[in-house]
Design a protein around this ligand. Structure first.
Ligand code: FES
Length: 484
């Protein structure tokens, strides 16, 4: 029996929500009361100072949240909640954050912002519902079926965040996770004048990395996202695509980070000899490792990250690097400065968590390395068979429980939604399926999911959720031990 998968939309919605909270309340300091209630801005006159950019950023900032929330609920089978949640959660979040901004001296709460945010969230939710209705989600389903790992949806999110984590400058190119020196500084500030202050280990005067160790640190940092991808993507074709995207993304992210830190005229400054060598070495090694099993990739990921973090966290920060991060902090991306910094620090630790999960759960041998799981010659995408068996000997049967009416309704509904036909859905009659005790029953292939239904609303849900959107309706599943 296939299990319903966690939708990627749920963790992505959470990530987007964190991004909104961060951008709305950064720098999270200077809180003070202005002796007006936090909802006073709702009654204030409209501000004459707004620009097209304000409108755009407030709508577009909340649109993905509404879209991802509604999508996550649609794909979790909670269809009725998708629209209200996609509409209300962004609006309530904006109401809360605008109210909190009244306590921050650098921020000005605005009724217009609230309305635009709510409109953005509603537009996103509407887009998600339209995508489901127009069956655009099925395109994504096919992509997901072929490309994304069932083992760790979170792993894909971590992989997608790698280029963003690189935006914040790092002391060693691509060397994410150099956290210990900063953490020690923060801890020593917090613990100052407490009895715990002397518990912190004394900072060790470490020499800078030799050229060889520098190359090793760069190479290990660069190979980590590839190994994470290999642990998630089993087929060589998928891995070749990943390698191509990595080969384009890694230089672009470094160039962008350098340009944001030092200005566009110094965009190529980060491309030193060790960086070039690291990129070439890792690219060639990944080509040689295209047929690694998923579990071997996960174990190698743990080793690579372990060594890289050990090397990076034993390296001193140069004054030049401190000046660079100060420049970034005051640069054009002020509101995401702190978030990108944390992403740069924490990405390897999130990847370690996913690596640990995959090292335990991923198959020792990857599935068929050359063939996609989807049957290329499948005539229908899904088949649903209804038992219409009629017994005249007094024994119970599906026909005695409205199976014919359910079949007719299903056929009509599938046609009405434009799902009938080759490449889509076929509704078929069947004789006794030998699970009479669970009757009336129907079974959907190729997933081999058995349903026991009661009325037409159950059939509607099976059609819209499973036959159209590919989501199993768990509440209608026939218990596994039910037979004749
Ligand atoms: S009568 Fe329907 S499964 Fe047997």
């Amino acid at each position: 029996m296939p299990l319903r998968r966690l939708s990627l939309a749920a963790p992505l919605a959470l990530c987007w929500l964190v991004l909104i909270v961060h951008a709305s309340l950064y720098p999270f300091s200077g809180w003070r009361s202005q002796d007006v209630p936090p909802w006073a801005y709702l009654e204030a006159p409209w501000s004459p100072y707004w620009t097209g950019f304000d409108v755009w950023v407030n709508v577009v900032g909340y649109l993905p949240l509404g879209f991802l929330l509604a999508l996550a609920l649609l794909r979790s089978g909670l269809r009725r909640l998708a629209w209200p949640a996609g509409l209300l959660v962004p609006a309530l979040l904006s109401l809360l954050l605008e109210g909190l901004q009244s306590y921050l001296p650098q921020r000005v709460p605005s009724r217009l912002d609230l309305l635009l945010n709510a409109a953005g969230g509603a537009a996103g939710a509407l887009l998600a519902l339209l995508s489901a209705r127009l069956r655009l989600i099925r395109v994504w389903d096919r992509f997901r079926e072929e490309w994304l790992s069932h083992e760790s949806p979170l792993g894909h999110v971590v992989l997608l965040l790698w280029p963003l984590a690189l935006l914040y400058p790092t002391p060693v190119p691509y060397g994410l996770g150099q956290f210990w020196l900063r953490a020690r500084l923060l801890l020593s500030e917090w613990l100052q004048d407490t009895p715990f202050a002397h518990w912190l280990p004394e900072p060790v005067e470490a020499p800078a990395l030799s050229p060889l160790l520098l190359l090793l640190a760069i190479a290990l940092s660069l190979v980590a996202p590839l190994l994470l991808g290999f642990a998630l993507l089993p087929r060589p074709r998928q891995r070749l695509w990943l390698l191509l995207v990595w080969g384009l993304t890694a230089p672009v992210a470094l160039a962008l980070s350098t340009a944001l830190t030092h200005g566009p005229d110094r965009v190529w400054d980060g491309f030193s000899l060790p960086v070039g060598l690291g990129l070439a070495l890792v690219g060639l090694s990944a080509l040689a490792g295209l047929r690694l099993s998923c579990r071997a990739s996960a174990v190698l990921l743990l080793l690579a990250l372990g060594f890289a973090l050990g090397l990076l966290n034993g390296t001193p920060e140069s004054p030049y690097y401190a000046a660079a991060t100060d420049a970034w902090a005051g640069g054009p991306f002020l509101r995401i400065h702190g978030l990108s910094q944390w992403m740069g620090w924490l990405w390897p630790y999130a990847a370690l968590g996913v690596g640990l999960q995959l090292a335990r759960a991923a198959p020792l041998q990857c599935p068929d390395m050359s063939e996609p799981t989807r049957q290329p010659n499948s005539y229908y995408e899904r088949h649903i068979f209804f038992c219409l068996n009629q017994r005249d000997n007094g024994q119970d049967c599906c026909a005695a429980h409205g199976a014919q009416q359910a079949f007719d309704h299903c056929k009509a509904r599938v046609k009405e939604l434009g799902l009938a036909g080759p490449g889509q859905v076929r509704v078929n009659k069947a004789g006794c399926l030998d699970r009479c005790a669970g009757g009336p029953v129907a079974v959907v292939y190729p997933e081999a999911v058995w349903y026991t239904f009661v009325d037409q609303s159950d059939i509607d849900e099976i059609v819209e959720s499973h036959l159209r959107d590919g989501q199993v309706v768990e509440r209608l599943l026939t218990p596994p031990d039910v037979g004749r």
